[in-house]
Design a protein around this ligand. Structure first.
Ligand code: DGY
Length: 322
């Protein structure tokens, strides 16, 4: 009898084909994210689960599993999964780093460029028939990138790749990380380690690249916004919960910081009446950091491989926890 797997959303055809050759496959086709009660009842008889960042694979859900061997998430982030519980119960967890590094760094850089040069705002000006109102020489100015200091919070794969982009634009790059990287690598990337307080006070742009954990939950709050330069921008492509959104809204409204570019939100999706949608000094993207055709194909390949390994009692290619 084939082992049973469940997908909380559909995947590319090639991936489904591969999975169907080996397993009995069920795909959730209803509302996204899947309701917790449906997930709880489905997980009972599963050998493998393919999930996505909006799903909450918490203890309550996992407690219902009787023979689950692996959770394979279509994401680099895994803060939606109770890793401790999975580990205690010998459930492997696979995720998809590396393949989305370039796409996500591109997105961070895109938000940075858009925020400083006011591209999305300009698009709205044209669409709203207001172009004639910005004819003056000083009416609609942004900021140069060259010479500005980019502060990278979290210099992992994506942070390092962002540094390469910024270097090509002649920006100064400082970073803060749990661990300093080697002198040699710092030199190659053209980055300088600074204490967190320095990163906050010296950066013209701060880009966040830390995972969401208990320690990083809402670390970007009013205390930090008050210390940032009034002309500074905040970019976030990591997780919305790393930022205190209420404080960010106040900081942007009161122009305590100049602007922000975000791809991630505390709760997703937001609706069109969310206070964020009223702010002109905010550029938003609907959590599409990894969303390129090429990257998503590689993520699907990896998600399938991770699942197959886990079901066969092996470590996923990229594995967290057990
Ligand atoms: C991830 O992979 O965690 C990104 O946020 C895209 O979902």
């Amino acid at each position: 009898m084939k082992q049973k797997i469940f997908l909380t959303r559909t995947l590319h055809d090639f991936a489904l084909k591969e999975l169907k050759k080996k397993f009995e496959v069920e795909i959730h086709t209803g509302k996204i994210p899947i309701a917790q009660n449906i997930l709880k009842s489905k997980i009972k008889n599963l050998d493998g689960l393919i999930c996505f960042p909006y799903d909450k694979i918490n203890k309550e859900v996992l407690q219902s599993a009787k023979k689950l061997k692996v959770i394979s998430t279509f994401s680099v982030g895994y803060d939606h999964i109770d890793l401790d519980f999975a580990k205690e119960n010998k459930i492997r967890v696979g995720y998809t780093p590396e393949v989305l590094t370039d796409a996500t760094a591109d997105m961070a850089f895109g938000l940075l460029l858009d925020s400083l040069r006011r591209i999305s705002e300009g698009d709205r000006i044209i669409r709203n028939g207001k172009w004639k109102q910005i004819y003056g020489a000083y009416d609609y100015v942004g900021f140069d990138l060259q010479g500005k200091t980019l502060g990278i919070m979290g210099l992992g794969r994506i942070g390092k790749t962002l540094a390469k982009r910024a270097k090509a634009f002649d920006m100064k790059i400082i970073y803060h990380n749990r661990n300093k990287i080697s002198r040699e690598e710092e030199r190659k990337l053209g980055v300088k380690y600074v204490a967190l307080d320095k990163l906050i006070t010296q950066s013209d742009i701060i880009s966040i690249h830390v995972p969401h954990t208990k320690e990083t939950n809402q670390i970007f709050d009013m205390k930090i916004f008050k210390k940032m330069k009034k002309t500074a921008f905040l970019i976030n492509t990591s997780r919305g919960k790393v930022v205190n959104e209420k404080d960010l809204i106040t900081a942007l409204k009161q122009k305590r910081i100049a602007g922000a570019g975000i791809d991630v939100f505390e709760t997703e999706p937001i609706n069109k009446n969310h206070p964020f949608t009223k702010l002109e000094n905010l550029v938003m993207a609907p959590h599409i950091g990894s969303s390129t055709k090429e990257t998503r194909i590689q993520m699907a390949e990896l998600t399938v491989k991770n699942l197959i390994n886990g079901i066969n009692g092996k470590k996923p290619i990229y594995s967290v926890g057990y």
